[in-house]
Design a protein around this ligand. Sequence first.
Ligand code: ADP
Length: 437
Amino acid sequence: MKFFNLEIETLPIEKLRKLQSERLQDLLGRLDKIPFYHDLFDSSGTDISRIQHIQDIHLLPFTRKSDLRDNYPFGLFAVPMEEIIRIHASSGTTGKPTVVGYNRNDLEVFDEVVARSLVAAGAQPGMRLHNAYGYGLFTGGLGLHGGATILGMGVIPVSGGMTDRQIMILRDFQPEVLSCTPSYAQTLGQEIRKRGISQDELNLQYALLGAEPWTESIRTEVEELLGVHATNIYGLSEIIGPGVSQEDWEEKGSGSYIWEDHFYPEVVDRDTGEPLAYGEEGVLVFTTLTKQAMPLLRYWTNDICSLHYDPGARRTHIKMGTIRGRADDMLIIRGVNFFHTQVEELLEDENELTPNYQLIVSREGTMDQVDFKVEASEQLFSQLMDHGDFRSREEALKKRIKENVGISMQVEIKEPNAIPRSEGGKLKRVVDLRSSS
Ligand code: ADP
């Protein structure tokens, strides 16, 4: 099986546009019944009856995360509460979480896009899925679970954490497919190597990694350690959860397909909101064309990336590039604009340091202070322990960061897995304490 839904995944572009236009009109009718959107259309002077074509979507207003927060918990639901059969919430870094609801139709859409994603990642009916995404309010665990079930896979709902047990299951249950965050895949791979377990003892072939940004060097490491083809899965709970987009294992490195019959993407300028051309980087915005319980119009994800059609692709849907970071991740430190991915790039050629790091920004008086913590590999950590060499290695890294990024930071090299991960297994790379002080 090359496609889960051949017809829709290879639908000619003109037909896709027609389908999107019809679905947009239908969506606008449904949104107008939600008080929030009705008022938004009124206050922005938007006449929805004039929107005939998907290409006119840029005339419509954006929805922002703050709108979800202002309508906490259920204010944006568009169907009666009795129709809601699932509620998820994303962790949220400040205050209340972001709540999302699904009716039966929405869970069917969720299952469908995840099933398409699994097949694109290399999975087939009859294979076993070791699902190490967190089960719970986070959409990762149950999201992958549902899609794999309708595909006909044997799902092993391992959830996150308890690495010893995960390794036992990988050995004993022989799953072909793994799903988890890229940083957890690294942890699993490193543990497996450390214990001297050979790849022949495992049966893994494919891995779907996502829920946090990652790099080509992480891909190489995970593929080597686990003997898999590792592909990117992207999503966010507001739009549905994982499976908004997925990379094809045979088209690795060329971007991830967005299932645009359900989620219409745009990339816009982060300051003006103006639509940008294909290939240009800006904020990713999605319209949920088919969702019923909590449909969103032009949702501002804050994720920075670009869109393109790939002429060599086997599907007709648009692709998105790697997420560069989040628009709200741009920090201004002592007046200097700074993205944490700048240090991430430096780490790629630091021998034996992992890409698992955290930047903690605080303020002492009027002075911004940055603490940079990074996890060493097991090997480097024990070497540094033996020789008491932490200071010189930390100083060298501090100097390199200052020279390349222009910001001086307190550098601390930590033990593997010393930086706390969230419920979904995610590592929060930037903690800005300045706004709360
Ligand atoms: P939470 O907010 O609880 O972390 P979400 O699943 O809603 O849960 O998080 C969605 C966000 O995670 C996205 O907006 C994006 O920033 C990040 N994300 C998800 N998948 C990827 C991916 N493959 N690459 C980079 N970032 C990702």
